[in-house]
Design a protein around this ligand. Sequence first.
Ligand code: GRF
Length: 201
Amino acid sequence: MADKIRIGVLISGRGSNMLALAEHRRRDPDRPYEIALVAANVPDARGLVVARRLGLKTWALSHKGMDRADFDAKLDAALRDHDIELIALAGYMRLLSPGFVARWAGRILNIHPSLLPLHKGLDTHRRAILAGDDFAGCSVHVVTEDLDSGPVIAQARVKILPRDDPDSLAARVLEAEHRLYPQALEDYALALREGSTSAGP
Ligand code: GRF
């Protein structure tokens, strides 16, 4: 296995978490991972522009009009072409097919803006406020077939303030995401490199 774990980051939008992962690596080249590909299912995703500016390799294909399994087979081929070892979902707004998840078992991480298992799916901040939760937050988890349900490997809590609306809360949670995801990815990549997780594509 190469010295650095080769990461494929999957995005659909602005890519601020992708940027946080890239910056974390840039600040210390000794980190155990490198971002070898940024892939998107939305060819005009803003995050692709950011990735290209950083000098990262990008791949994009619109999923529109495509069968999910066909799209995922093309995505899988692109990831393998770039010798990707670990996938980091970062605002990738598309469900992965069961076949894809099975092929990459234990090799896909996701960041979700809630304290899982609370508030899976979309609109998490509004739901946390409406539920009267004291804390919101974010979770990094291993991706399994069921949405936002795989083992949580890292979590950060963010206090919900009385004046919060979903946007103000989302902004504070996003800052927490940018701190949490790079460290969680680094720890997971290190464990993979040292063979202390049994996962393998
Ligand atoms: C983040 O809040 C992430 O938790 C969720 O989608 C959002 C993506 O934001 N899965 P960005 O594209 O990383 O800026």
